[in-house]
Write a protein that binds this ligand. Structure first.
Ligand code: ATP
Length: 745
């Protein structure tokens, strides 16, 4: 790479566009004092990204823009063009123009091949080629011996830069900045982690509670489903018990009233009134009994007769069945006659007392067959009828009288009479003991009372038994009621906990038997559920999930940051090692070269650089004292003894610093070097040596020398003259050595 051209426009005294073509390895810039030569050197600093206005002899940005009698221009620009065909600059162009513009408002713009970029981009691009705004390769007027006066630490920096280590130091300081930022971020993230930790732990506990509560709810639901259907059974049991109890109460009531009656009877047993009442009752009962017996006798007699008649009727029936006969008109006539007799007879019988009203009614209401006649065997008409029948002959009589309906009626009548007899027998058997009792009571009142007493005792025993049964039932009822109460209490809890769903619990088809252990389980589970809390379940779960994600993200971030901090530390260490290694290697070479240049310039003597530890800050404690590296310079002149650099004369200082600057430039040649009157203090002999050294340097770097020195001018391939007229504007012209000499004066 080499420097091709420089274009200045509006910068400082260059109000008009000035163009330099650096077609030679050594270009000289000459001109009278104050014509603007140093402004050219500064224009290099400016375009290469110098940020210090002081280094450009200005106080503010606008000082860089031309300001003449006619006022100030709006902008100043400087563009430098490099040949990059060897790709020394890390950019894919064969020619690279870097331009910087400063505007009236003090703002700056940077361009690389007309593309707007940041200052940083320019600095980084150039650093890769060992070029910078400051440092060793632009030596401003009167600043050559600056390298002697600066601190060992700054000197080390200058040497590092000269050795092309700036790229590494930029990288290192970037990495250190990144590391600091990473450490800061890590600190913040860890603070965040610490703040989320307890909340996350709290939410985790809450979520566990919620899950526990959900499990308990499920358990409780199942328990309720097994429990509530049993209520129906218990309610039914209770109502059955209730029913039983009511019945027992009724019985008890009856028994108790019987007891009271008995007791009353006991009291009454011996009284005269009672005796009279008993006697009255006895006669009543006796007559009742007599009547019953009479009726019964009569019925039995009627039954006997009916049996006889039935026997006859049956024999008639048999006769008909065995010997069916032709229809006989006479039969009808005879039957008619007999009917007439019966009717008459019946009429007569109406008055007879011996016939009961009922019978008479029945008799009158229909025509009954002969067999149904009541017991009136002595009756004449009957006898007459019998005679007639006899006379008509047995067969006809039988055939004409037998009527199946009559026979059925007789059978039915017989059953009726039997029923009546049974009825009367029953009555008789009931009346007799009662009568006996009355007889007995009348005969012996004490015995009667005793009997009542025994009866009362018997009743009381029954009463006691019933009462104890009632008590047992009551206790059972109480127990069942308690179970029902328990159900009802639990129903309220279930409604509170499960809302409308709770009403479905009783509707399951689960077993309806009541497992009493289940209530204990329910109470226990419900208590656990109530203690479990876990309110606002969904919200807490969501918060927990969110925080968990956040916490995981924070952890990831921590890992990322720690990893990048680690790799940055590794990188910084590697860079340190590289810088250290290159620096030490470079230092050796520079030392060597420095000593040689020094010897050349001073015709002997010795110059030496050494790396020293420089304490950082104020020492507080020896053990805690931190050190950094610096570069110290020691020189010895031929035939002179000096103890420090400050003892050197102005010329000697100039020669020493030139020796070092040249040594640095020789070891790590920059693409170009600008030397602004570095030769000002040299005498003729040294000017010659200086000229030789310049030529030596020009083998590896392009040189731009600003000079008044003829010897130096003579080494340049191109000479530019800078002049300034009364208008205060610098002008450029290409000149010959002879012209240059004239211009320089
Ligand atoms: P010497 O040989 O004495 O070192 P020189 O040729 O290096 O002189 P410079 O120092 O480059 O001269 O130029 C200084 C001149 O530039 C001064 O005359 C100064 O007024 C002029 N100058 C500096 N800044 C501006 C500006 N912003 N506008 C106009 N002129 C300026």
């Amino acid at each position: 790479m080499y420097l091709k051209a420089l274009e200045i426009n509006g910068f400082k005294s260059f109000a008009k566009k000035g163009h330099f073509d650096f077609a030679s390895q050594i270009s000289g810039i000459v001109g009278p004092n104050g014509s603007g030569k140093s402004n050219v050197a500064e224009s290099f600093r400016f375009v290469l990204g110098e940020q210090s206005l002081k280094n450009m002899r200005s106080k503010k940005g606008t000082d860089l823009i031309f300001a003449g009698r006619g006022g100030q221009l709006n902008r100043a620009s400087v563009a430098v063009t490099f040949d990059n065909s060897k790709k020394t600059l890390d950019i894919d162009y064969n020619e690279v123009t870097v331009e910087r513009v400063v505007l009236r408002d003090g703002s700056n713009e940077y361009f690389i091949n007309k593309n707007k970029v940041r200052a940083k981009d320019v600095v980084e691009l150039l650093a890769g080629a060992n070029i910078g705004s400051t440092g060793h390769h632009i030596i401003s007027q009167g600043e050559a011996d600056k390298i002697l006066t600066i601190s060992p630490r700054d000197r080390k920096q200058v040497i590092e830069e000269a050795l092309g280590l700036k790229v590494f130091t930029i990288k290192k300081s970037e990495s250190v900045r990144k590391l600091d930022r990473t450490a800061e971020n890590l600190k913040e993230v860890k603070i965040e982690e610490r703040s989320t930790g307890p909340r996350l732990a709290y939410l985790k506990r809450e979520v566990e509670k919620i899950q526990r509560a959900r499990e308990l709810r499920t358990e409780l639901r199942e328990l309720y489903k097994a429990y509530f259907p049993g209520k129906q059974t218990v309610v039914a049991q209770l109502s059955a018990l209730h029913q039983q109890q009511t019945e027992l109460q009724t019985q008890l009531k009856e028994i108790n009233s019987k007891i009271s009656e008995g007791q009353q009877e006991m009291l009454d047993a011996s009284s005269a009134e009672k005796k009279r009442a008993l006697e009255h009752k006895r006669s009543e009962m006796e007559s009742q009994l007599q009547k019953v017996r009479r009726d019964k006798n009569e019925s039995e007699r009627a039954l006997g007769k009916l049996d006889a008649v039935l026997e006859i009727e049956q024999s008639k029936k048999r006769a008909i069945e065995n010997a069916p006969v032709q229809q006989d008109d006479r039969r009808e006539a005879v039957a008619e006659t007999i009917h007439e007799i019966w009717k008459k007879w019946a009429q007569t019988m109406m008055d007879e007392e011996t016939l009961s009203q009922a019978r008479t009614d029945r008799w009158k209401s229909r025509m009954v067959p002969y067999s149904e006649l009541p017991s009136v065997s002595q009756d004449k008409d009957r006898m007459y009828a019998d005679d007639v029948l006899q006379s008509l002959g047995e067969e006809i009589a039988q055939r004409s009288v037998f009527d199946p309906t009559a026979m059925d009626a007789a059978i039915s009548e017989r059953a009726n009479i039997n029923a009546v007899i049974n009825d009367l027998t029953q009555k008789e058997s009931e009346l007799q003991p009662q009568l006996d009792q009355i007889e007995m009571e009348l005969g012996s009142p004490e015995l009667a009372a005793q009997k009542i007493q025994i009866h009362i005792l018997e009743l009381e025993k029954q009463s006691t038994e019933l009462r104890s049964q009632v008590q047992v039932l009551s206790r059972n009822e109480d127990d069942l009621q308690k179970i029902i109460n328990r159900f009802e209490t639990e129903e309220i809890h279930a409604r509170d906990l499960f809302g409308a769903e709770s009403s479905s619990f009783a509707q399951t088809t689960a077993s309806t038997t009541v497992d009493l252990n289940i209530t204990e389980k329910i109470i226990r589970t419900r208590a656990l559920l109530e203690n479990a809390g876990g309110a606002g379940g969904e919200e807490v779960m969501a918060q927990y999930e969110e925080l968990k994600k956040k916490s995981a993200y924070i952890k990831e971030q921590i890992i990322d940051l720690e990893t990048s901090a680690e790799s940055l530390q590794v990188l910084i260490k590697e860079l340190d090692e590289q810088i250290e290694e290159k620096f030490r290697a470079g230092m050796d070479k520079i030392n060597n070269s420095f000593n040689q240049f020094f010897k050349t310039l001073f015709s002997g003597g010795h110059a030496q650089l050494s790396v020293i530890n420089v304490p950082v800050g104020k020492p507080v404690d020896d053990e805690l004292q931190e050190y950094e590296l610096g570069v110290e310079m020691v020189v010895s002149l031929p035939n002179k003894k000096i103890s420090s650099l400050s003892m050197l004369s102005g010329g000697e200082r100039s020669l020493t610093s030139i020796a070092l600057l040249f040594a640095m430039s020789q070891v790590a040649p920059p693409p170009f070097i600008i030397l602004d009157e570095t030769d000002a203090a040299l005498d003729e002999a040294n000017s010659k040596r200086y000229g030789d050294m310049v030529e030596q340097l020009a083998k590896h770097s392009q040189l731009i020398v600003i000079t008044h020195n003829r010897e130096t001018m003579s080494r340049a391939g191109i000479l530019y003259g800078v002049t300034m007229g009364d208008d205060g504007i610098s002008r450029l012209l290409s000149v010959s050595l002879e012209e240059a000499e004239a211009v320089a004066k």
